[in-house]
Every structure is written in C-alpha cells, then in structure tokens.
Design a protein around this ligand. Sequence first.
Ligand code: ATP
Length: 447
Amino acid sequence: MLSIFIVEDDPFYGSLLQHHLRQQADFEVRLLATGTACLEELYREPDVISMDYGLPDMNGGELLNRILEKHPSIAVIVTSGQEDIATAVSLLQQGARDYLVKNENTKDLLWKSIQNISEAKALKREVADLREQLSEKFSFDSVIGRSPAMQQVFSVLRKAVRSQINVTITGETGTGKEVVARAIHYNGPRRNEPFVAINTAAIPADLLESELFGHEKGAFTGATERKIGRFEAAGEGTLFLDEVAEMDLNLQSKLLRALQEREFCRVGSNSPVTFRARLLTATHRDLGALVRQGKFREDLYYRIMGLPVELPPLRRRGEDLLLLANFFLDMYARDNGTKRAELGPAAKDKLLKHPFPGNVRELKAVIDLACVLSETGHIVPEDLKFSTLNGPSAIDYGDKTLREYNREIIQHYLTQYDRNVSSVAEKLNVGKSTIYGMIKSGEVSLR
Ligand SMILES: Nc1ncnc2c1ncn2[C@@H]1O[C@H](COP(=O)(O)OP(=O)(O)OP(=O)(O)O)[C@@H](O)[C@H]1O
C-alpha cells in the first residue's frame, strides 16, 4: 500500500488527480486543500505528497521545507502552473523528488513519477528484507561447532564483534574462513552495510589493483568505463580480503598505504577516496613465515593482523564432524526437497576415520554425493566417496578415478557457465583456487 497526499486548492483539478491515482488499487489517496491542512495530517506519514506550488496559505518552497524537516523520507512532488527553471532547480536542491509543470499531461507524468517512487520503495524494502535474511543466515548459529577447539574460536569471535579492530583469519583450506568473516560482519554494527569479499588468488596479478581500487575511464587499454573497486564498494561495511598472502610486494605497498592513510586513488586518478570499511583478511599460509622469508611486508603484517582468529582443521574438532555432517544432511534435504537421509553407524565410523584434508568443504561435498548415491535414504560406507584432489592416492570408481570424475564435472560446468570460474566454484562448492590450480596444470581448460 502506498499512501499519497494531494495538496491542491483547485477542487476540480484535485479531484481529477485523486480519481486518476485511485485507479491503482494499492494507492490510498487523500485530498487536502491547503498547506496548513497538509501539515496537520502529516502525522499519518504518507509515502508521497504531490503539492501545488501556489497554495493560498504558503508557497511550495516553505511547505516543502516544513515537510522534510519533520519527515525527510517523504517523497514530495511539486506541480506548478508556470515553467520556472530557477524555482524548479531550487526545489529539487531542497529535496523535492520531482517538479512537474501543469498541462494536459500532468496526470500521466504524476502517475509515472509515483510509480517510480513506489518501485524504489519496494526495492528498498526488498533489500532490507534480504539483509535481514542474510544476517539470520550468517548469524553465529550458522558457524556449526561445539568442540573445545571451536569454543575458543567463538570466544575470539565475540571479541571481534564487540570491537572494530582488523581481524586476520587463518586456517587450512575449507575450514570456514569466509563463513567466519560473514558471521563477524552480520553480527556486528555494520550488518546493514555491504559485505564485500575478494579472493586475491583468483584474480590475475595485473588486474588486481583495479579490482581493489577501481579505475577511471581510459586509465589503461580496455578501461572503457569508470569502475568502482572493492574498497569503494564496501562503503561503511566490511571488506574481506581472502588469500591476502598471494599479493605481490608492489600491491602490498599500495594496500599498506590505503590502510595507513585510510584513503586510496582509483587507477588513473589523483583524487583520493576515503576508505571507511572494516578490514577482515584471511590466508591459509603462515604469514609470519612469509615475513621472515621477505615475501610479505612486515609493516603490512602488523597493520592487518589486529585480532587473529585461528580456525582448527576439521580433524581436530572431534565430534563436530558428525554435527556438521548432520547439518549438511538437513541442508541437502531442504535444498532438494527430498527426505532427509540418515548416516548408519558404519558410515559414521568411516567419516570419523578420514583425515579430511579439504576440511569442512570436503565433508559437505562427500555428504552431498552420498545423498545422491544412497538409494535407501540410509547412508552406508560405500556411499561415502572421498576425493583425491588433496591426497596422493587414487581411489578407483568404476573405470575412472574420482580425480578424473572431478575433472570432467568441473570441465562440464566451466562450459555450461560460460567459463565463469566464480559461478562454477559456487555451484560445486569448491574453492576458486582449486579450479585455477586445475586450469594452471592443464587438467581443465577455459577454451
Ligand atoms: N563451521 C561451519 N559451519 C557450517 N558450515 C561451514 C563451517 N565451516 C565451513 N562451512 C562450509 O564449508 C564450505 C567452505 O567454507 P569457506 O568457503 O568459508 O572455507 P574457507 O576456509 O574460506 O576456504 P578457502 O581457504 O578455500 O577460501 C562452505 O560451504 C561453508 O558454508
């Protein structure tokens, strides 16, 4: 429902507009003859006010000011008998949403303008709802784990949420670094601002600077438009730099400057842009060792380190493994609309004995595949196929090895998703770096 006031002293014209707008079933339209009447009714907080500029008791500029003073979110449209550019500009600068000159098209233009406002309002509500859903999805409850090792992590996470300090998340691949970064963002005061993630390992080195800081049109060959980088897109939210150790030393010094000065320039520009977001970084490498080897700047190390969060590998989380397995069984059934499968005792045993070099990501893939393979809804050890991507030995699966199946599946989706590595990684729930690794080794190709 959109509530609209029409403030118009000409009763015939006012009724005409009211009648026209009432054709839309979800427009609630109230007709008022004076500015004073409009101010008296303001407590109803309409979404839109369409007002005549030349009212008998006050002029449009004054009424506009008094409305926006009390309720800055009301969209005010001014209609006027005269086309006066200077007045129009001044009203728009004061915050009017639109200025319409009265003629035979006014009612249609007013209709269109209100439709635009209504769509913007619906979009705003949708964004707020989605943000709400995201904060639920990424609440601390979404980080599954009860083991003592994870209890320690939760205790650090609570501290991370209470402060605005930089956080560095370390842990082997697939341990949930991004899950944790999202949980920090969606549980903190920035939850209604953007969460922007970038995996620096997934972007070719020569494109990374412009990806991070953006570029101006014409900054380099191929820069046909101005582009906003991730630093800018994060606004007052959170910037999550994944695989931060993969940046070259040149870019590391640019990153350091941006963090120290809290400002940066788009590539090809000298005008600084303020950096307001909170920084979270992650790596699966030992940053301290890289500093000692001269591969990571020591000053940058101290600048980003802030609060360290160390995620234990899955093999050190004890019974969390079964907790997570059950969580993924629920998720599979919900996402696919199927009956929830159960893990038999022998299957549990097999899971508990596997070292899971790919950690939680690997466990999820194993459970998803088991749900597909299990015919009875009761998962047996044979349904649990362990990938060999991270391990030396190959397990035969029919005529092919699982590695060969992985290769085929990834190649299939690369073709289906038009070679978009991010989409394939998301679809298959594997790390982008895994796919880039396979491209590099020639196992799959982008051709
Ligand atoms: N504690 C957890 N609770 C629920 N799901 C988890 C947890 N940890 C990881 N996951 C799931 O495991 C998968 C991998 O997690 P994520 O991408 O956060 O790992 P990562 O450590 O960032 O991986 P990489 O090092 O490859 O970037 C995701 O599907 C994620 O939802």
